[in-house]
Design a protein around this ligand. Structure first.
Ligand code: IDP
Ligand code: MG
Length: 160
């Protein structure tokens, strides 16, 4: 029930100065950051992270975006964290992401616009899609020593 998931604040989120606000959303619902670091990925690392998308039409733009500058990589822990984080993040396309979601509140770009320009959808954030992806992605971005187990007030006041 308690899961860990990988979250990346993409270079657009970092460079627009939204790291703090986005982290706050996770903290507010009681999710726990158990690892965090800034990483400037190169093309080879981007291909490992986005292996499922290599070869797709939008991949060159996606690789350009994810290697544009450092990303803030986080391991986030909580009850059904994979689904809970994806709920807070919202759907891939900011234009159709509802208000209240991170992608809906911080962007409005559409598939049509990004594809016409030949660029990636700038939607601020990546979050693992399922348990298998979370396991693989956490191992790619973090080693065991970078992941921490500790208690927060939520453990004491909400989970017990
Ligand atoms: P997700 O980030 O919501 O899991 P994926 O389908 O895994 O969405 O796509 C990875 C990323 O690639 C998206 O977050 C977005 O930045 C970009 N992307 C996905 N589909 C398109 C597209 O059709 N055009 C442009 N960029 C896209
Ligand atoms: Mg995905």
């Amino acid at each position: 029930m308690i899961q860990r998931t990988l979250v990346l604040l993409k270079p657009d989120a970092v460079q627009r100065g939204h790291m703090g606000e986005i982290i706050s959303r996770f903290e507010k619902v009681g999710l726990k950051m158990v690892a965090m670091k800034l990483v400037w990925a190169d093309k080879e690392f981007a291909k490992r992270h986005y292996a499922e998308h290599v070869g797709k039409k939008f991949y060159p733009g996606l690789e350009a975006l994810i290697t544009l500058g450092p990303v803030l990589a986080m391991a986030v822990e909580g009850i059904d964290a994979i689904e809970t984080v994806r709920k807070l993040v919202g759907p891939t396309e900011p234009k159709s992401a509802p208000p209240g979601t991170i992608r809906g509140d911080f962007a409005h770009v559409s598939y049509g616009y990004a594809d016409a320009k030949g660029i990636s959808i700038k939607n601020l954030i990546h979050a693992s899609a399922n348990e298998a992806d979370a396991k693989k992605e956490l191992a790619l971005w973090f080693n065991d020593k970078e992941m921490h187990s500790y208690k927060t007030v939520h453990d004491v006041h909400v989970l017990e």
